[in-house]
Ligand binder design. Structure first.
Ligand code: NAD
Length: 497
C-alpha cells in the first residue's frame, strides 16, 4: 500500500517515522493509502530547508517570483482534474465541487501573479527640507500553514501563493485525512521553477503541529480548522513569538424575511446547507425564518431535500457525497439524536441512506430540523454535516439578535426584496462575510476571507490585501543626502515649521 511521505527541499521524500495514519475512501470506507506522521527531526528538516531557501528567495525580484506563479497557473489548469479526482477520492465531495474548490484556489494564484504591483510601497518627497520618506513591505521568513480536511487544495492555496509571492518560504502541514492534494500542489510548484526548499509539505498530526509552533525559525503561522484548535494555535504561537492568524469553526445563519423571493431562498439554502455534505465553514446551518414564510420555506426545502442525490462523489449525477470518516459520521448522527431529545422536529431524516455497491461508505442524507430554539445544543454547536436547523420568529430584530449573539461570526446572509432591510442587516450584523440574497458569500481572491468572534483568532483575514499584510512587515525609511555636511547635533524633537 502507498505510504505518503513528505515534500522537503524540492522533492518527495519517504518518511523515517514509524507513526502512520490511514487515508480512506469515504465512499467505500476502505483504507487506500497510509500517511506518515513526521517525527521531530523530519519536521525540523522541512523548516531548515525553508530557512536556507529564504534569503535568496526574498532577494529574488517580485517580477521573477510572479513569473513562477504564472507558470504554476498553467500547470494547475492542466492538472486541475487530477487534483479534483484525488480530493473526491480522499474527502468524498462530488467531483464538480472538488473541481470548483481547485478553481477557487487557482484564483488566489492569479491574484499572486500581480505581486509586483500589489507590493509596491509609497514614497513622500520632502517630509522635511530635502528629507524623503518611503515605506516598503518585506517578507517575514519561514511561514507555516496548518490546514483542515474540508478543502485540501483551496485552503492551503488561500495561504501559500500569497506567502511565496511576497518572498517568504513555506512549510505546509495538511490534514492527515486527505493529504495527497498538497503533495501534488508541491510537485507542480517545482515544475513551475520554484527554487528548492521554498515550499515544503510535512505530513503529521498534533505533535508535528506542536513542533512547528515552537520552532525558533518559524516566523508566522496560518491555521484553518476547528475553534478549539484555532484557539490553542493562537495561544501557542503567540507564546513562541509568532505572528498568527487562526480561522476556526462556524454556525452560519441565513435570515429569510417574509418578503424574500421563496425560490431564491430555497435554492440558496439547499446548496448552502447540503453542498459538500455541509462540511464547509461557510455552509448555512441555521435558517431563521421570519413570519409566515416559515411554513412554505420548510415544506419546499423538505421536498427538495428528499429528492437530493446522495451518491459517491465520482457518480456524475451525485449532488452530495459521503461524510469524511466514520468518526465524523458518528458525531453528526449523534447530533441528530441530540436534536430529537431536545424537542426539535426532524422533518427530514437522512439516516439510513445506503448504496448497494458502497455499503461501507459514510453516507448521510440531508437532515432538516424545524422549531429549533437557541437553547438547544444543535443550535449552539457546529455540527459540520448536512443538517439544517430552522428557527422561527415573528420579529426581524430578534432574527438579527440571534446572529449577533451567537458565539461564531464567520458568514451570515439575508434573503429579502427590501433594500433598506438588506442595508441595515449589512451594517449591523456581527460577522466577517455577509451575503444579501447570496447564501455563501465567500470573498473572491482579491478581497479577503475571514470571520469574526470565535471564527477567527488574530488580526488578519486570508488572501487578498489582508494576506499580503499578514505575510509582510512594514519598513519605513527616512533619508537625507546632505550637500554641506552636518548642521550640528540637535537635542530636540525635529519638527516641520
Ligand atoms: P481540525 O481542527 O480537527 O484540524 C485542522 C488541522 O489541525 C489539521 O491539520 C489537524 O491535523 C490539526 N490538528 C488537529 N487537532 C490538533 C491539535 N489538537 N493540535 C494541533 N493541531 C491539530 O479541523 P478539521 O476537522 O480538519 O476541519 C473542520 C473544521 O475546520 C471545522 O470546524 C470548520 O468550520 C473549520 N474550517 C474553518 C474555516 C474558516 O475559514 N473559518 C475553513 C475551513 C474549515
Amino acid at each position: 500500500m502507498t505510504i505518503l511521505g513528505h515534500h522537503i527541499g524540492g522533492e518527495r521524500v519517504p518518511s523515517t517515522s514509524e507513526r502512520l495514519g490511514p487515508v480512506r475512501n469515504p465512499a467505500t470506507g476502505e483504507i487506500t493509502k497510509q500517511v506518515s506522521f513526521a517525527a521531530r527531526d523530519e519536521t525540523d528538516r522541512a523548516v531548515s530547508a525553508a530557512r536556507e531557501a529564504f534569503p535568496e528567495w526574498a532577494r529574488t525580484t517580485p517580477i521573477r517570483r510572479a513569473r513562477v506563479m504564472f507558470r504554476y497557473l498553467e500547470l494547475l489548469e492542466k492538472h486541475k482534474s487530477d487534483i479534483a479526482a484525488v480530493i473526491t477520492e480522499e474527502h468524498g465531495k462530488v467531483l464538480s465541487d472538488a473541481t470548483g474548490e481547485v478553481m477557487r484556489g487557482i484564483e488566489v494564484v492569479e491574484y499572486a501573479t500581480g505581486i509586483p504591483h500589489i507590493m509596491a510601497g509609497h514614497y513622500t518627497e520632502n517630509v522635511g527640507t530635502e528629507v524623503d520618506s518611503w515605506a516598503v513591505r518585506q517578507p517575514l521568513g519561514v511561514c507555516v500553514g496548518i490546514t483542515p480536511f474540508n478543502f485540501p487544495a483551496m485552503v492551503p492555496m488561500w495561504m501559500f501563493p500569497v506567502a511565496l509571492a511576497c518572498g517568504n518560504t513555506f512549510v505546509l502541514k495538511p490534514s492527515e485525512k486527505d493529504p495527497s492534494a498538497a503533495l501534488i500542489l508541491a510537485d507542480l510548484l517545482y515544475e513551475a521553477g520554484l527554487p528548492k526548499g521554498v515550499f515544503n509539505v510535512i505530513n503529521g498530526d498534533r505533535p508535528t503541529v506542536e513542533r512547528l509552533l515552537e520552532h525558533p525559525d518559524v516566523t508566522a503561522v496560518s491555521f484553518v480548522g476547528s475553534t478549539p484548535v484555532a484557539k490553542a494555535i493562537q495561544t501557542g504561537g503567540i507564546a513562541h513569538n509568532k505572528r498568527v492568524q487562526a480561522l476556526g469553526g462556524a454556525k452560519n445563519h441565513a435570515i429569510v424575511l417574509p418578503d424574500a423571493d421563496l425560490d431564491t431562498a430555497v435554492d440558496g439554502l439547499m446548496g448552502a446547507a447540503y453542498g459538500s455534505a455541509g462540511e464547509r465553514c461557510m455552509a448555512i446551518s441555521v435558517a431563521v425564518a421570519v413570519g409566515d414564510i416559515a411554513t412554505p420555506l420548510v415544506e419546499r426545502i423538505a421536498e427538495q431535500a428528499r429528492r437530493l442525490k446522495v451518491r459517491p462523489g465520482t457518480d456524475p449525477e451525485a449532488e452530495m457525497g459521503p461524510l469524511v470518516t466514520s468518526e465524523h459520521y458518528k458525531k453528526v448522527t449523534s447530533f441528530i439524536e441530540t436534536g430529537l431529545s431536545e424537542g426539535a422536529e426532524l422533518v427530514v431524516d437522512g439516516r439510513g441512506v445506503q448504496h448497494e455497491s458502497y455499503k461501507g461508505g459514510y453516507f448521510l442524507g440531508p437532515c432538516l430540523f424545524d422549531n429549533v430554539t437557541p437553547e438547544m445544543r444543535i443550535y449552539k454547536e457546529e455540527i459540520f454535516g448536512p443538517v439544517l436547523s430552522v428557527v422561527r420568529t415573528d420579529d426581524p430584530e430578534h432574527a438579527l439578535d440571534l446572529v449577533n449573539n451567537h458565539e461564531f461570526g464567520n458568514g451570515a446572509a439575508i434573503f429579502t426584496r427590501d433594500g433598506e432591510a438588506g442595508r441595515q442587516f449589512v451594517s449591523r450584523v456581527q460577522a466577517g462575510m455577509v451575503g444579501v440574497n447570496v447564501p455563501i458569500p465567500v470573498p473572491v481572491a482579491y478581497h479577503s476571507f475571514g470571520g469574526w468572534k470565535a471564527s477567527l483568532f488574530g488580526d488578519h483575514h486570508m488572501h487578498g490585501p489582508e494576506g499580503v499584510r499578514f505575510y509582510t512587515r512594514l519598513k519605513t525609511v527616512t533619508s537625507r543626502w546632505p550637500r554641506d555636511g552636518s548642521r550640528g547635533a540637535s537635542y530636540s524633537m525635529p519638527v516641520q515649521n
